[in-house]
Ligand binder design. Sequence first.
Ligand SMILES: Nc1nc2c(c(=O)[nH]1)N[C@H]1C(S)=C(S)[C@@H](COP(=O)(O)O)O[C@H]1N2
Ligand SMILES: [Mo]
Length: 316
Amino acid sequence: MDPIIKTKEITLEKVYYSRRKFLLSIGISIAAASAASACERLDSLGLTEKGDSKSPLSGKGSDELGNDLTSLKSVENYNNYYEFTTDKEKVAALSANFKTEPWTLEVGGLVRSPKKYGLDDLERLFPSRERIYRMRCVEGWSMVIPWLGFPLTDLLKMAEPTSAAKYVKFTSILDPEEMPGQKNPFYEWPYVEGMRLDEAMHDLTLISTGLYGKTLPNQNGAPLRLVVPWKYGFKGAKAIVKIDLVKDMPRTFWVDTNAREYGFFANVNPDVPHPRWTQSTERRIGELRRRKTLPFNGYADQVAGLYGSMDLKKFF
Ligand SMILES: Nc1nc2c(c(=O)[nH]1)N[C@H]1C(S)=C(S)[C@@H](COP(=O)(O)O)O[C@H]1N2
Ligand SMILES: [Mo]
């Protein structure tokens, strides 16, 4: 992959709005210039990353299958974020004043090096780069989003998981004063998600810090959210404050809410219908006709090996 970054890709005025955004743009160029190993990893996955001619920082782009990006307007105005509201079109307004700085991410549990990170620490240690991923919601709609972020595996390696660690648990912020949806007692707050350690260490698994070349909008999970492109969107916990390495499969928000309808693995699978609707097709936001849903959301070549002979109908 050509590591040279084109001038127009790093001088868009929108990346200079604020200090954080400026630092983010620096991070992007450092990542593109020095993270050759990450580039090679990406090449081997056949994906698009910053420095690629298809970069959406220049305004448009597509994923590695040739799918157009979903418009920024849709990405920012059609959201699931139950801490604020279950109305997708009202999340943006309700989350507009949510405070994401200062922020502390705590990494702990079964690790040799537990740590607390501020956002500046993360920016310095793990420069954000761009990844274009499809996102498939369990409700049957999907988007193509140009994320900025870094592979979770880099952060996990720094924590040095012990041999007892088998799962990774992600905890979103608990802040009922600022998040009106958390006053709804039907759900068990805070939002918690989890994955097996090997899934979490897969290079596709991202901690996102931004999208469309700018800092992550509040409604998309600022300042830090998980992105796991081969799983249903609900695995991608927003506003993460804690990452724990644990021995046992963690309880998760959606399994707690309805274990029959939402499984722990939640791999995108057109052959396993949701009890109330099909998962064989999806509506790509911005398109009229439904598309076929791909096994593992189109990432089967990269991730099917994680599951060996596991019965994916039973462990959904
Ligand atoms: N903390 C938290 N994370 C969350 C959710 C949520 O309600 N709370 N919704 C999930 C669901 S169902 C989806 S589809 C995606 C939506 O991400 P987006 O709004 O950035 O498109 O976020 C996921 N992460
Ligand atoms: Mo979702």
